[in-house]
Design a protein around this ligand. Structure first.
Ligand SMILES: Cc1cc2nc3c(=O)[nH]c(=O)nc-3n(C[C@H](O)[C@H](O)[C@H](O)COP(=O)(O)OP(=O)(O)OC[C@H]3O[C@@H](n4cnc5c(N)ncnc54)[C@H](O)[C@@H]3O)c2cc1C
Length: 269
């Protein structure tokens, strides 16, 4: 409602709904039509079109409608992005929580599974694989597509650069999608501040795979890999790269706990 008020100077949910429903699309066939159905043409043009096209590197009219379903649309003045009751990050950041979770557990960093696959596969009776599923099967059904990101960080000689942890840039003319100002995640008191600009880029094998492109073609390819994965007795495939899906942190942690719980209860049988 705050956005609708700023855009159209209207105050009630009914006024907002009347504006949006003027351009109602019955069966949205692509992201553009789905977005117009959800928030109307005006907001689509100003806040969604440029942002989404730079994020995915494709026109909204060529993207599947379901991508935008993650966008929560509410007719209330509640301004948080998500609806979850509890929101935040672990105190001290993720590094600290992971360090504690892994206390007294041997960890080897900078080891690529594929540099010595046989050795790693023999390390235990069952292994958890969190890498790319297509690479695991040597791309036998073809490569799955991803979007990648480029991060540019700068230290600013300022106490406060943007007043918020994340500010999104929706216009197509600006190459980055958002600026992160890290200190605001934890309200850190420092005289300087570090900001990071996030640029969406095309994925190539030397880059990090960030967002799966779950269109029909890729989903079909993933299903073929998943069929093979289901028959593996000694490998558990887990996480965003092995399952080729976008996961939020809470979802991936929940799934990991579930898989671990199932494994442990089966082991006890
Ligand atoms: C830019 C960005 C912003 C995000 N923001 C949020 C947010 O605000 N809130 C939220 O809830 N979620 C967010 N997420 C999603 C969150 O990052 C994921 O849910 C989470 O990281 C998924 O965990 P995972 O274990 O599946 O994958 P990862 O965290 O990617 O872990 C996979 C691990 O496998 C390792 N690996 C892969 N291949 C190999 C190999 N060949 N050999 C050895 N190791 C290998 C990798 O090094 C990595 O450590 C964001 C994601 C991105 C990309």
């Amino acid at each position: 409602m705050n956005t609708f008020y700023q855009m159209w100077k209207i105050k009630t949910p009914n006024e907002a709904k009347n504006i949006i429903e003027k351009k109602h699309v019955k069966n949205p066939k692509n992201l553009e039509e789905q977005a117009i159905k959800l928030v109307g043409e005006d907001i689509y043009e100003k806040l969604i079109k440029g942002y989404t096209e730079k994020q995915w590197g494709k026109p909204c009219s060529e993207l599947p409608p379901f991508i935008i379903n993650r966008l929560p649309v509410r007719f209330t003045y509640y301004n948080n992005y998500f609806n979850d009751q509890y929101q935040g990050i672990p105190i001290g950041g993720y590094t600290k929580i992971i360090e504690r979770l892994l206390k007294n557990i041997e960890v080897r960093l900078k080891c690529d599974f594929f540099d010595n696959r046989e050795k790693y596969e023999k390390l235990a009776n069952k292994i958890v694989y969190t890498g790319m599923i297509d690479q695991f099967y040597d791309y036998c059904f073809g490569e799955l597509e991803y979007r990648s990101l480029k991060f540019e960080s700068e230290t600013k000689n300022l106490e406060n650069y943007q007043g918020n942890a994340v500010v999104n840039y929706t216009e197509a003319e600006i190459d980055y999608t958002r600026i992160i100002e890290h200190k605001h995640f934890e309200n850190t008191k420092t005289s300087k501040t570090i900001i990071t600009k996030e640029y969406p880029v095309k994925y190539e094998k030397v880059k990090e795979a960030y967002y799966p492109i779950n269109d029909v073609k890729n989903s079909k390819t993933w299903e073929k890999y998943n069929k093979l994965a289901k028959n593996e007795k000694n490998v558990i495939f887990g996480g965003r790269l092995a399952e080729y899906r976008y996961y939020d942190m809470w979802e991936v942690i929940k799934e990991a706990l579930k898989v671990a719980g199932d494994e442990l209860s089966n082991a006890g049988d």
